[in-house]
Design a protein around this ligand. Structure first.
Ligand code: X8Z
Ligand code: ZN
Length: 626
């Protein structure tokens, strides 16, 4: 999905099915408003009569039809904007977004008319999903609708165009990808800090517009009956919003000891590398030293923290480069995995229309995304692929979205989405967990499978990717929810951001920050208004899915050595769940795949159990926490 705003928009629409209608409000949804779509009986009854079940059903069907057209239009304009950022494409995309948004909020308001009816389950669910479908509902006022779409498209473009031009380098400017490489590879703390700060110069100009986005988004959410935009986002999980917050806290407490163990060990290694003047032995880790622009994954510093025993014995990045695997072939590897599970090949148009490498001559939104342009077969990805292990995973992640989209394409529009957004994010990652040394050997990328002793290194490298991510996956929306609720005012945006980074991640900025900065805006999903809790959920869920699929495949060994490659039984089980889309509450989809009704972190804990034991031994005598 693009999990960019574009992506979000598209994916959101494509993946979830967005509703549309124009804002007639409750009283205005009359035969006159949609004359052709109302059944004769409803027409006779007139607008003031109590609505019937038949009328509700035909309302929903008409809404889905209208939304489909607007969604496709918005997807196409969004695709063009994301692939070719100019003032014009930005305006064109904003207009289509405005139309879709206006129609959706209008339909949601009109649907209130049916709220007192006892409706069949599918109709009631669709009406609920209609109301929840937007991540940024606009207010009713047409001027504010246009303003909000304009702001949101411009933030998206600004992020995509973001460059840093270091002083004294004759106007030579760096794009995000180049800066991320430096963060990943350099071990010079001064250079790391310079680049880390450099990227954050792109976001202060976004701050005012972001404040306004919050105001208008809140207004739109309130007009739909939610306390604020955060409450709308938390209502998307088939349970009351407060119960969802409690679920998140429960899951976080399940995994927190594992995170703390990793944090303590990594910090101790960084003290050895950079000295205790730079890395406090018992305090938060400086954000620029973890190998990633947002300190969200730490696998790039694997060489600094590798366990002395348990060398994985291979380097996937090196192998891909040596074998001269190109961008398309990276994607082919991902597709072939799905084919081995009995999914059908991607359509030719996927290969013709996708973007696989960063164009040299114009700006694109490089943040990876997967699209479903027509809610049928026009699937695409947009990834500025680099030939390395990280992007090998990214490719699987994005294809997971595409195969999900295709699996639910036969459902009515409003059911065309993931069981919840965490499911959507988890599918490709679940497949990537099956990229084991045995699998790499089977597909000819590795000559010999390393001995079991190498597991510790492999687990460490995976933990730096998955376990390190957990608190970040949580805190991004903890920040936004405070902002949307007005608990954090604009004057404290940056301060609260860093308080949360400290609280959850145990990370601190390497140089003083102030309210002239807007560090949240230097993260794609803030500029693109893409909800983020989904990635926290996905990190928990993918291990739960992996455990269930391995069980289905008859595998009984340690979870980290299981690959479901080529296992048709596992593939069939997965496909069945994907085909449910959003038609049923997510616990039913979870049960269909895993036999379990609750999200549960024991799978990720089991997976990393051997590493946790080792980490705990290393940390004896060291402070854990900050
Ligand atoms: O945004 C993404 C995907 C697209 S849905 C590339 N991810 C998050 C991020 O990059 O911050 C995947 C993991 C977390
Ligand atoms: Zn994604």
């Amino acid at each position: 999905m693009t999990e960019d705003r574009l992506f979000d928009l598209i994916h959101f629409m494509r993946a979830r099915g967005v509703p549309a209608f124009s804002l007639l409000t409750l009283l205005a949804f009359t035969a006159a408003a949609v004359p052709a779509q109302q059944p004769p009986a409803a027409k006779k009854l007139g607008a003031s009569a109590a609505p019937s079940v038949a009328e509700a059903r035909s309302f929903v069907e008409a809404a889905e039809k209208r939304l489909l057209d607007l969604t496709i239009k918005a997807s196409r304009t969004s695709w063009v904007q994301a692939n070719f950022i100019t003032d014009d494409t930005e305006i064109i995309a904003a207009n289509a977004d405005r139309e879709l948004n206006a129609a959706t909020t209008e339909l949601s308001a009109a649907a209130v008319r049916f709220s007192k009816l006892k409706l069949p389950e599918d109709v009631a669910r669709k009406l609920m999903l209609l109301k929840l479908s937007l991540d940024l509902p606009a207010p009713r006022n047409a001027a504010e609708q246009a303003e909000l779409s304009g702001i949101s498209a411009s933030l998206q473009s600004d992020y995509g165009k973001g460059r840093w031009c270091p002083e004294g380098q004759q106007g030579k400017c760096l794009a995000l990808g180049q800066m991320e490489r430096i963060l990943a590879e350099s071990r010079d703390p001064n250079e790391l800090l310079r680049v880390w700060r450099g990227w954050r110069t792109i976001s202060p100009p976004m701050r005012k517009r972001y404040e306004r986005l919050v105001e208008l988004g809140n207004k739109g959410a309130r007009e739909l009956g939610f306390a604020d935009l955060g409450a709308l986002w938390r209502s998307k999980y088939d349970m009351p919003p407060d119960a969802f917050s409690a679920e998140l806290e429960r899951l976080w407490q399940q995994v927190r000891p594992l995170y703390l163990a990793l944090h303590a060990y990594v910090r101790a290694q960084l003290v050895k590398q950079y000295g205790k003047d730079r890395v406090p032995e018992d305090g938060p880790i400086p954000a620029h030293l973890l190998g990633n622009m947002w300190s969200q994954t730490w696998d790039n510093i694997y060489p600094l923290v590798a366990p002395p025993e348990g060398d994985p014995g291979f380097d996937l990045t090196k192998i891909l480069k040596e074998k001269k695997v190109d961008e398309r072939e990276m994607v082919r590897y991902g597709e072939r995995f799905f084919l081995s599970l009995d999914f059908a090949p991607l359509p030719d148009t996927f290969w013709k229309r996708s973007l696989f490498s960063k164009p040299e001559d114009h700006d694109v939104v490089c943040h990876a995304s997967a699209w479903d342009i027509d809610n049928q077969d026009d699937l695409r990805v947009k990834i500025c692929i680099e030939i390395n292990a990280e992007d090998f995973s990214t490719v699987h992640h994005e294809l997971g979205h595409n195969f999900y989209q295709r699996a639910y394409k036969r459902l009515p529009l409003l059911f065309q989405s993931g069981a919840n957004d965490g499911f959507h994010e988890a599918i490709g990652d679940t497949i990537a967990l099956s990229v084991t040394p045995e699998y790499l050997k089977r597909i000819g990328l590795l000559d010999t499978v390393p001995p079991p002793g190498a597991d510790l290194g492999l687990l460490m490298s995976r933990a730096l990717e998955k376990v390190a991510f957990l608190p970040f996956g949580l805190l991004v929306d903890q920040w936004r929810w405070k902002v949307f609720a007005g608990e954090t005012q604009p004057a404290d945006y940056n301060k609260t951001w860093w308080e949360l980074c400290r609280k959850y991640q145990g990370i601190a900025p390497g140089a003083p920050r102030s309210e002239t900065d807007f560090d949240p805006g230097a993260k794609y999903h803030i500029a693109g208004n893409v909800p983020y809790t989904r990635y926290f959920l996905a990190t928990i869920l993918q291990f739960q899915f992996h455990r269930a699929l391995c069980r289905e495949a008859g595998y009984t060994g340690p979870l980290h050595r299981c690959s479901i490659y080529d296992n048709k039984a596992a593939g069939a089980k997965l496909a069945k769940m994907l085909e449910m889309g959003q038609s049923r509450p997510w616990p039913e989809a979870l049960e269909a795949l895993t036999g379990e009704k609750q999200m549960d972190a024991t799978a990720i804990l089991d997976y990393f159990a051997p590493l946790k034991k080792w980490l705990d031994e290393q940390s004896k005598g060291h402070k854990v926490g900050w």
